[in-house]
Ligand binder design. Structure first.
Ligand SMILES: *[C@@H]1O[C@H](CO)[C@@H](O)[C@H](O)[C@H]1NC(C)=O
Ligand SMILES: *[C@@H]1O[C@H](CO)[C@@H](O)[C@H](O)[C@H]1NC(C)=O
Length: 321
């Protein structure tokens, strides 16, 4: 027997997997235990992604963060398809995922979204997007950033810096509502938030990086700055995020920082930095869901983690081979 999996066999396996998951875990079931052997790696991420989508489709209303995650995840798949010809297996998988995500979005009622969030969701990653070739970047970040002192004071600084939530939403709306007829950002403040190298930590820092990513992938980006500027800013911000991740890890990755840790890994992972986008993090995050499967109380608090994990896993599926 030929041990090599042909594309057709893999396609068949993927379809079966899809059907089995659809049949047994239509609603509110935990994803099946991920396969352990190395040869099953190819299946592992799709399986986890389907598990997360099952949870999302479980009747809950999607709030702004879940809808945003779906929009971003779809964008990542479309961007990959634009630049890299998929194998037959990948094509089937990607289109199936896109279909599932559209379906979940279409059934959701965005009742929870406030005015400004709704405005963001109407445009983000849908209108005026600039697709850029995705790739993993190895060893570009500073591996020697000091983190032990940071770890010692992390709890005191984690809420410091800019943009705060309000500033971040306003700036995000400003970015997504631009179009080519008028590329200038209305406020200087928004641009300043993106480029500032003032100390900022935690979610303030991740929001800064996310805003930068959104601006970089906007059709107006080339009119505002040369591409190298976005790259340099991303690198400098993500160097700081890496220091924070090292600090959190040196504290033993306590549960209170899991959500933040995943947000950091997801957002700097969007730029392809392998310090964030790697199998170690895939496994680490997977282990949290196994914890959760044994603790029903916890699963109530984990919606935001699910939303982030969806984006992280999809990006990993697209870029890690
Ligand atoms: C969405 O819901 C989750 C879980 O209920 C919550 O943690 C998160 O803050 C909400 N996000 C937004 C933007 O409302
Ligand atoms: C966010 O920061 C701005 C500018 O520093 C400030 O005016 C505003 O009160 C802050 N909002 C919150 C919710 O902290």
């Amino acid at each position: 027997m030929n041990p090599v999996l042909t594309a057709d066999n893999m396609l068949l396996a993927a379809l079966k997997l899809g059907l089995v998951l659809a049949a047994i875990s239509g609603c509110c079931m935990q994803p099946a235990t991920p396969p352990q052997s190395d040869t099953d790696r190819e299946q592992e991420l799709p399986q986890r992604i389907y598990g997360l989508l099952d949870k999302m489709s479980c009747g809950r209303k999607l709030n702004a963060s879940a809808t945003f995650a779906l929009l971003l995840a779809e964008f990542l798949i479309k961007q990959k398809l634009r630049y890299v010809a998929p194998t037959r297996f990948e094509r089937q998988l990607y289109y199936h995922l896109l279909h599932r995500m559209e379906h979940i979005k279409s059934r959701s009622v965005e009742a929870a979204a406030t005015g400004i969030e709704r405005q963001i969701l109407e445009s983000a990653f849908k209108r005026n997007v600039l697709l850029l070739p995705p790739s993993v970047r190895y060893g570009q970040l500073n591996a020697n950033g000091e983190y032990e002192q940071l770890a010692a004071i992390y709890g005191n600084v984690v809420n410091e810096g800019q943009p705060n939530r309000t500033q971040s939403d306003l700036c995000m709306r400003e970015i997504v509502e631009r179009d080519l007829s008028d590329c200038k950002l209305a406020s200087h403040e928004c641009l300043e938030l993106l480029t500032s190298d003032a100390p900022t930590y935690g979610y303030q820092r991740t929001h800064q990086v996310l805003l930068l990513y959104m601006l970089q992938h906007h059709v107006c980006a080339p009119h505002l700055s040369p591409p190298q500027v976005y790259e340099l800013l991303a690198k400098s911000h993500c160097n700081e995020v890496e220091r924070e991740q090292n600090a959190i890890r040196s504290l033993g990755l306590p549960e209170q920082y899991r959500d933040l840790y995943l947000e950091q890994a997801t957002i700097c992972g969007l730029f392809g930095y392998n310090e964030f986008l790697n199998w170690r993090n895939v496994m680490e995050i997977g282990s949290w869901f196994e914890d959760e499967a044994h603790d029903v109380d916890k699963s109530h608090d984990s919606q935001h983690i699910n939303d982030l994990a969806l984006v992280f896993y999809i990006n990993a599926m697209l870029l890690l081979h």
